[in-house]
Write a protein of this length. Structure first.
Length: 244
C-alpha cells in the first residue's frame, strides 16, 4: 500500500503555514519523485480532497472528514468538554486538551472565552512537544528511553528569542515537569502567549492527555498565572481523570 502512504504524506504537508502546495513543493517535502507526487495530487483532486488553481493545490473541506472521524470515534474529547467549559468559566481564559503524537502535541478539545481575539491553539492544531507546556507534560509521562526516542534527531530551532534550544535544557524542563506536576511556557512558542499545562491520568496512573490554559503576559505574569490559574487547572485534571 505504498500509494496510500504517499498520498497521506502529501495530505500531512498542508497546515497553517502551508495553505497550498505546488507539485515541486509536494515532491520536496515528501521526498517523492515529481511523477509520484503528481499522481497522488491528481488522485486527491479527483476524490475531492484538494482543489487546483494554476500550479497550486489547496485542501478542500472534505479533508475535515479525516479529522472528524478521530474526534467522533474517540470518547476523550466528549468526556473532557464539560470539564473544560467549567474550568474556562472560572479562569476566564482558554482551556485546551492535547494528546501526544510522535514528537508533537495535537489539540483535541477546547473551551474559550467569548472575546474578539482568543489566544491559544485551536482544535487540530499541532505544536512541537519539546518547547510547549503540553508537550513537556506529555513527554514527562514517558520513560527516559521513550523521551530520548522522541527527541533524538530533532532540530531545536528557536521559535522566539525566549525558546530554550540547548538539548540539556530541553530535557531539564521536561524533568521539572515530571517533578512538579506541571509545565509552563512563557513566550517560547509565540511572543505574547503564556501557557500552563498539567497531566491527565487514567485509572492506571498513565498520562493520557495534557490540560492547558493559555493567557497573555499583558494580562497575567507567570507568577500570577501559577497563583490564579494553576489550582483551577489541577482541579480540572483531577475531575477529568476521575471520569476516565
Amino acid at each position: 500500500m505504498a500509494g496510500l502512504a504517499k498520498g497521506l504524506a502529501i495530505l500531512e504537508c498542508f497546515g497553517e503555514g502551508t495553505p497550498c502546495l505546488t507539485l515541486a513543493e509536494a515532491a520536496r517535502r515528501t521526498r517523492l519523485s515529481r511523477a509520484a507526487a503528481r499522481r497522488c495530487l491528481l488522485t486527491l483532486l479527483e476524490l475531492g480532497y484538494v482543489t487546483q488553481n494554476g500550479h497550486s493545490f489547496a485542501p478542500q473541506p472534505r479533508m475535515l472528514r479525516l479529522g472528524y472521524a478521530f474526534l467522533s470515534a474517540t470518547p476523550l474529547p466528549r468526556i473532557a468538554q464539560p470539564v473544560l467549559e467549567t474550568i474556562q468559566e472560572a479562569a476566564g481564559e482558554a482551556i485546551s486538551l492535547a494528546i501526544l503524537d510522535g514528537a508533537e502535541t495535537v489539540f483535541v478539545a477546547r473551551a474559550a472565552p467569548r472575546r474578539m481575539v482568543s489566544v491559544g491553539p485551536g482544535i487540530g492544531s499541532r505544536l512541537p512537544a519539546w518547547c510547549s507546556a503540553t508537550g513537556r507534560v506529555l513527554l514527562a509521562g514517558l520513560t527516559d528511553c521513550a523521551i530520548a526516542s522522541r527527541l533524538d534527531g530533532l532540530d531545536f530551532q528557536p521559535l522566539t528569542r525566549r525558546t530554550a534550544t540547548e538539548p540539556r535544557e530541553v530535557r531539564a524542563r521536561i524533568g521539572r515537569a515530571r517533578e512538579t506536576g506541571y509545565a509552563a511556557c512563557d513566550e517560547e512558542l509565540e511572543l505574547g502567549l503564556l501557557s500552563l499545562a498539567v497531566p491527565v491520568r487514567d485509572l492506571s496512573g498513565a498520562v493520557v492527555a495534557a490540560m492547558s490554559v493559555s493567557t497573555q503576559p499583558s494580562r497575567r505574569s507567570l507568577d500570577e498565572a501559577k497563583r490564579d490559574l494553576l489550582p483551577l487547572l489541577l482541579d480540572g485534571a483531577r475531575r477529568l481523570s476521575a471520569h476516565l
